[in-house]
Design a protein around this ligand. Structure first.
Ligand SMILES: *[C@@H]1O[C@H](CO)[C@@H](O)[C@H](O)[C@H]1NC(C)=O
Ligand SMILES: *[C@@H]1O[C@H](CO)[C@@H](O)[C@H](O)[C@H]1NC(C)=O
Length: 167
């Protein structure tokens, strides 16, 4: 006959083992799913473009984002942090990234994004490099699972251009 303490102990061991397997399975099944978000980002208008007192270019623009991120959600997804950035090259830096919008998506039903907005943070370049400069609009996502590793991804919409003149 086993003592109660021994039984309780082996039950606990079994529970911990099952839990460990569930966690491994959860993160494994995440790596198997192939998310295929659809993303489109358009510049609706440039609303302001000027040089500040310090000589830095500042721009504000209205963007329209249409994205379906629902395929990022599995039963193991806790939440998705999404942000849109304008990315461009300057002589000083090969990549300048300025976040213009961000959002935390808590559930699959909120993952269909249709928004038009003016950039939440004004874009200020460190210098006056923006006139006529090409830029990419990029949607980044950080997927936080309930268990397992966070993973990230992005979708690049290239071929945008800042105005040639201050407005
Ligand atoms: C979003 O994507 C999911 C899966 O890829 C699809 O089932 C769903 O119909 C899409 N939603 C919309 C509004 O297009
Ligand atoms: C913009 O996107 C293009 C095509 O994906 C890429 O070649 C280029 O390096 C990107 N530019 C920046 C500044 O990220």
């Amino acid at each position: 006959m086993h003592s109660i303490g021994y039984r309780a102990n082996s039950l606990l061991t079994l529970a911990v083992t099952i839990l460990a397997f569930l966690c491994i399975f959860a993160s494994f099944s995440d790596t198997l799913s192939r998310p295929n978000p659809t993303v489109d980002i358009k510049v609706v208008s440039f609303d302001g473009f000027m040089k500040s007192k310090d000589g830095d270019d500042g721009v504000s623009m209205t963007l329209k984002v249409e994205a379906n991120l629902s395929s990022l959600f599995t039963w193991n997804t806790k939440q998705v942090f999404a942000f849109v950035a304008a990315e461009y090259e300057t002589p000083q830096n090969s990549v300048n990234q300025i976040s213009v919008w961000d959002h935390i998506i808590e559930s699959k039903k909120d993952a269909d994004i249709q928004v038009t907005f003016r950039n939440k943070y004004p874009i200020f370049d460190q210098g006056s490099n923006l006139r006529g400069t090409e830029f990419n609009l990029t949607l980044h996502w950080h997927v936080m699972p309930k268990t397992g590793m966070m993973f990230t991804g992005l979708s690049i919409i290239p071929g945008h251009r800042f105005p040639d003149k201050y407005i």
